[in-house]
Design a protein around this ligand. Structure first.
Ligand SMILES: Cc1cc2nc3c(=O)[nH]c(=O)nc-3n(C[C@H](O)[C@H](O)[C@H](O)COP(=O)(O)O)c2cc1C
Ligand SMILES: [Mn+2]
Length: 484
């Protein structure tokens, strides 16, 4: 696994997955425009290292996670489903039946140890301590023309519950107000916002530390939909197969990853809000300005020659799509622990995660599709799912064209669409009220007589296995002659 961002960038370089841009490119719109253009090329294009962002000494690394291949490299696997298998073993430990069995479990036990971070006393992220440092020295991007300003787009925001001390890490964008203050865009449903709610109830200032550019696993883990109260560092330690090294901050009572490029230490005050936005968001539209808490910087610590790791969001697909795919694969085995009937699930890029989720199930009883919809609407960040499509197990949910065909042929809309109301993602623009609106489930499974459907269900057209074999053979010859 990669010890830090530098090691990941070196690996991307040797795999020819990185494009270095030596000419000056402005952090003002230009870097975003180039990245957007690259993201829209087949497969997501290469990772980008802007070596000379105009006006700064610090290189900008972007689109590092922006392809399936690089997302897998970041997490040290060749396929994301390999992780699912590992998580499955961890979540379903076998009781050893003898000595040999017990020894076989040692790797699993070691991986449990990796869940706990370890504190170190000297750290690369503290090579330089700048108590009077300002954000003006970092090439923070202005992404889109109508944006309210410059935004830190891939920060790892560390907080602790002021009452219980439980840690949370989340990726929440930060709008630069001036060299020492930013917005803190944790949405109301997120871990950071909950800690702040407690701090406000207690009337206390809350310390916040922001790590920029840790190793790639940690950067991913901060975006993962971990259940509230579960430390993202556990997930990171497990995925890295190595504990996360933390170091105490210099000016606040928090710990941050020792391998980060830059750390912003500071705090948020109870009761303080400031207008944040607009921001060209991952919905593909500008999100409306709104009032959010304010982050006050107390100190910058950093490496001697840091790289600024960032991302841009916009009209899909962009880099965040691949981060989301990683979560979909990693969390599927965990969701299956309570919903074992789920076969597969898919979040199409155009559905920007919360607008569309497609689930295939092993249908076992009448109304089963609706049970899955209701379960998702009550499960962590899946509660935001505006449209849930449920299909039978023989449908490939990763094949969006097949799903469109099945939905079209399998539904009687009046009968098969389920509406409900509930919390919406803060980025939802179509609901009458912010963060509250309606959702739709589409039951595109085959309907059963026990569900009131008494007509015969038509059989899907498929040829015989023998004829299929002949077809493959002959098509092979046709194709050869045809392409010659
Ligand atoms: C690039 C990127 C930017 C994000 N920006 C925000 C943001 O500004 N505010 C927010 O609440 N969530 C944002 N998210 C989503 C959260 O990181 C995600 O919901 C995460 O699971 C939250 O963790 P938490 O449950 O610990 O709060 C962003 C995700 C990505 C990948
Ligand atoms: Mn969390």
């Amino acid at each position: 696994m990669f010890a830090d961002l530098n090691a990941f960038i070196a690996a991307l370089d040797s795999e020819r997955e990185l494009a270095r841009i030596g000419e000056p490119v402005s952090p003002d719109l230009e870097i975003c425009a180039v990245t957007d253009r690259v993201s829209k090329s087949p497969g997501g294009g290469p990772a980008l290292l802007f070596e000379r962002p105009a006006g700064f000494d610090m290189p900008v690394a972007i689109n590092l996670f922006g392809s399936m291949k690089r997302m897998c490299m970041a997490l040290g696997v060749s396929r994301l489903d390999d992780l699912a298998a590992e998580i499955e073993t961890l979540a379903t430990p076998k009781i050893p039946s003898g000595m040999i069995d017990a020894l076989k479990m040692l790797p699993t036990v070691n991986r449990l140890r990796d869940l706990m971070p370890r504190t170190v006393t000297s750290a690369p992220c503290q090579e330089v301590v700048r108590k009077n440092g300002t954000l003006d020295e970092i090439p923070i991007l202005t992404c889109w023309p109508e944006d309210g300003g410059r935004y830190i787009t891939l920060p790892l925001v560390f907080t602790k519950d002021p009452e219980t001390g439980t840690r949370n890490i989340g990726t929440y964008r930060m709008q630069v107000f001036d060299g020492r203050t930013t917005g803190m865009h944790w949405q109301r449903h997120k871990g950071g916002a909950q800690h702040y709610r407690v701090a406000e109830r207690l009337g206390q200032r809350m310390p916040v530390a922001v790590a920029l550019g840790p190793d790639p696993v940690l950067a991913y883990a901060a975006t993962a939909p971990m259940p509230e109260g579960l430390d993202e560092l556990m997930l990171a330690g497990f995925l890295r197969r190595e504990r996360v090294d933390l170091v105490k901050c210099v000016t606040v009572d928090l710990e941050v990853p020792a391998n980060a490029q830059i750390v912003l230490e500071g705090y948020v005050e109870p009761g303080e809000r400031r207008r944040e936005g607009p921001f060209g968001d991952h919905t593909g539209f500008y999100s409306h300005p709104d009032d959010y808490p304010v982050f006050h910087l107390t100190c910058i610590t950093q490496r001697k020659s840091p790289i600024y790791l960032t991302t841009v969001v916009g009209v899909p697909p962009m880099e965040d799509y691949y981060l989301g795919q990683a979560s979909a694969r990693i969390f599927l085995p965990l969701i299956r622990k309570t919903l074992p009937e789920i076969v597969d699930m898919h979040f199409p890029a155009a559905g920007i995660f919360h607008n569309l989720v497609i689930v295939s199930i092993d249908k076992r009883y009448p109304g089963h599709a609706r049970k899955i919809m209701n379960a998702f609407w009550g499960l962590g960040q899946l509660m935001f799912s505006k449209t849930i499509v449920v299909v039978d197990r023989d449908v490939d949910v990763q094949n969006e064209a097949e799903v469109a065909w099945i939905v079209g042929t399998h539904i009687d809309p009046e009968r098969d669409i389920q509406f409900t109301r509930g919390p919406m993602d803060d980025l939802e623009d179509a609901s009458n009220l912010p963060a509250y609106g309606s959702k739709m489930g589409i039951d595109a499974t085959r309907k059963w007589p026990s569900e009131g459907f008494t007509r015969p269900w038509p059989a899907r057209i498929r040829t015989s296995p023998e004829a299929q074999r002949r077809a493959e053979e002959i098509w092979g010859r046709i194709r050869q002659g045809w392409q010659a």
